[in-house]
Design a binder for this molecule. Sequence first.
Ligand code: SF4
Length: 371
Amino acid sequence: MSFSEIFRNYNWDDIKSRIYSKTSQDVENAISKPQRNLEDFMALISPAAAPYLEQMAQLSHKLTQKRFGKTIQMYIPMYLSNECQNICTYCGFSLDNKIPRRTLTEKEILSEITHIKAMGYDHILLVTGEANKTVGLEYFKKAFRLINPSFSHISLEVQPLDQHEYEELIPLGLNTVLVYQETYHQEDYKKHHPKGKKSNFDYRLETPDRLGRAGIHKIGLGVLFGLEDWRTDSFFTALHLQYLERKYWKTKYSISFPRLRPHAGGLTPKVEMTDRELVQLICAYRIFNEEVELSLSTRESNKFRDNVIKLGITSISAGSKTNPGGYANAPESLEQFEIDDQRSPAQIAEMLTRQGYEPVWKDWDRAYGGG
Ligand code: SF4
C-alpha cells in the first residue's frame, strides 16, 4: 500500500477536531510514556500542551542528547537556478513574478563551489525551481559530476523526479532529497499551486515512496507553515514519516520547519505560527520520534535559532544565499525568500561552541557508507 492510499483514509476536519479536543490528561500521558504513538503526537501538538512547554523542552533536550550527542550538522544551500514554470502563491521564483531568471553554467557552478568550500562546508543542498527542459535530469547529472568531488554529502531540493531519475543520480553522489508537501490540505494545495506540474498533489505526495524504492540514503519531509492549520498539517507529516520509516527502514529521515517568509509579490500567512508554537512542535517531534533529524534554516531569526539549538534541532544552515550565483556574487537575481539570520558560518560555529555544541561539517563519508 502506498502512502496515497493510506492518506485517503483520513479526513482533515476529523483530524483537526481530534487534535483540538485533546486534554491536559492526554498531554501528561504522552509525556510520561516510554514510547509515543500518533495519538500522543496529537496531544503534544494540541493547544492543551501549551502549558507543558517547559516539561516538553526538557524531555526533548534529553532525548536529543541521548541520540545525537552535543553535535549540530552544518549545511548550506546552493541555488543552481531560479527558472520555474510553476505558479506557487508563496514563492519569489513563481512564474508570474517578473524577476531576472538565470541558471548557473558549469563555470559558475565551479565558482560557487570555490566560495562555499572556503566557508568550510562539506554538506551542500542543491536547490532549483522547476524548469524541466533546462534544469532536468541531464542538467543535474552535469552538476553532480562537478560538485561530487568537492562535497561528501549532497542533498537535493528540486522538482519531484521519477524513480529511475533518482536511481541515476544516486551513483553520482545524491545522498538526500528534501520534498516538502507544503500542505496536506488538498483543497488549499490547489489554491496555492494553480499552474504547472506542482499542481499535481498526488505526484508530490508519492515522491517519498519513489525515493524509498530508489534506495535513497535520507528523505526530508515538511510543510510550509502559514498555508493551513499547522497542527493538522504536522499530524499528516508525522503520519507520512511513520509510514515511510516502517516501509523503507534503511532510509534516514529529517523534518524541516519552514515558516512563510517575505519575498517578491509576497503572500500573507493564512495562519500565523508563533515562536512558542514552533518550539512546541520541535519538541513534539522529538518526543514522538527519537531518531528523526530536525533541521532549521536561516529563515529564522538569530535569537530564535540560538534558543532552540538545545531543544531538539540537529542540523542548521548558515551564511545562506537564496539566489543562483549568490556566493560568487550575483546581486542582480532576486532571492527565493529573505533570510533572517545573516550571520556567517564562522559566527554560527562560535555560537554553537559557546553553547557547548560541536558544529559538524559533514555527517556522511563514502568510506563508511559505500555510496
Ligand atoms: S516553490 Fe518551487 S516550484 Fe513553486 S514557484 Fe517556487 S521554485 Fe517554483
